[in-house]
Design a binder for this molecule. Structure first.
Ligand code: PHE
Length: 344
């Protein structure tokens, strides 16, 4: 047995293999079920007790050495295979990376914000998860106003006086701005809003708004009208006309809905403006004295106006993409249409 062990040690040292198959054959030859070392292990059972210690040690060393040698061969075979693999052709032209583009909603939101920045407005932002106070109460929503009901609002937590919810409009940022900034205030507040609506071509549970707020001494409805007219002409072209229709919002008084003249048919009537020659773009009004008071502003000294528009709505008018869902599905075929749309 002693000689057999010595012999295998010798063979292991001289062992060579050029392929993975040869390595595997060598492993089977020495360590497989019927392998030479395995056979010696079996013989070991009948070795005389006084020799067991010595032979046992030797056999263990042999097994370890065999395993190590096989691993070594495996490694060098793999290394050789890699070295022989065909080299990269460094002269090949690279794959062009497809260039992304800005999302149409981002393009329009930026345009709206840029126009108002030109007029001297700052940009303000607020949290998307808001509380009832900033979305409703401070904006003069009576306690049982329907907009507080579950069908409109996604509640994050209920059961207490000031529940957390996903803001349903960016008017909440008006309140936060009045609470925290010195007067006069002139801000636009772009942001995402959420409403518990069934998704369809005309409604979505997420959309974007840009809110505007201007508070100073002696701000009048004429200032509001002028700001919106200037905005509409920057956005839709210098010949654009606006008209205001009386409306209602709890936080403005008086309130109005603003239409712009249809820039597709120029007032003649088409299917975009449904034959009327006018397109609705935003809600607006003079900030209700109760709203000023709630944020600690004296309505005897200060007045202001506010407006709020839907970014997707303006994008729909700009590009005549009349299914809201396109703006949220991130279909590359749709998005890539706007790759060059820096100006709309
Ligand atoms: N917050 C209103 C809405 O979401 C829009 C609005 C803003 C109206 C500011 C008037 C003044 O419909």
């Amino acid at each position: 047995m002693k000689e057999a062990i010595e012999q295998i040690f010798k063979e292991l040292n001289e062992l060579k293999a050029n392929t993975a198959k040869e390595v595997e054959e060598a492993r089977i030859r020495f360590l497989g079920k019927k392998g030479e070392i395995t056979a010696l292990m079996e013989q070991f059972r009948s070795v005389a007790p006084e020799l067991k210690r010595e032979y046992g040690q030797k056999l263990n060393e042999l097994k370890k050495a065999a395993n190590a040698r096989i691993e070594e061969l495996k490694f060098s075979v793999e290394e050789n295979a890699q070295a022989e693999a065909p080299k990269e052709d460094l002269s090949m032209p690279g794959d062009a990376l497809p260039l992304g583009s800005r999302h149409p909603v981002s393009i329009v939101r930026q345009q709206i914000v840029d126009i108002f920045r030109k007029f001297g407005y700052d940009v303000a932002e607020g949290p998307e998860i808001e509380d009832d106070y900033h979305v409703f109460e401070a904006l003069n929503f009576p306690p049982n106003h329907p907009a507080r009901e579950m069908q409109d609002t996604f509640f994050v937590s209920t059961g207490h006086l000031n529940p957390l919810l996903l803001r349903t409009h960016t008017s909440s940022v008006q309140v936060r701005t009045m609470e925290s900034q010195p007067l006069p205030i002139r801000v636009v507040c772009p942001g995402r809003v959420f409403r518990n609506e069934a998704i369809s071509a005309r409604a979505h549970c997420i959309f974007h708004q840009v809110e505007g707020l201007y508070i100073d001494k002696d701000v009048t409805f004429a200032d509001l009208k002028q700001a919106i007219l200037l905005f509409a002409r920057e956005m839709f072209g210098p010949d654009t006309e606006i008209r205001m229709r009386p409306s209602y919002f709890p936080f403005t008084e008086p309130s109005a809905e603003v239409d712009v003249s249809c820039n597709i048919c120029h007032g003649k009537g088409c299917n975009i403006c449904k034959g009327t020659g006018w397109l609705e773009i935003m809600g607006c009004g003079m900030v209700d004295p109760n709203v000023l008071k709630a944020s600690g502003i004296d309505p005897e000294q200060y007045s202001g106006f506010a407006f709020g528009m839907g970014v997707e709505r303006i994008a729909m008018l700009k590009w005549q993409v009349n299914d809201l869902r396109h703006y949220f599905e991130n279909d590359m075929r749709f998005l890539s249409e706007f790759a060059t749309a820096t100006e709309v």
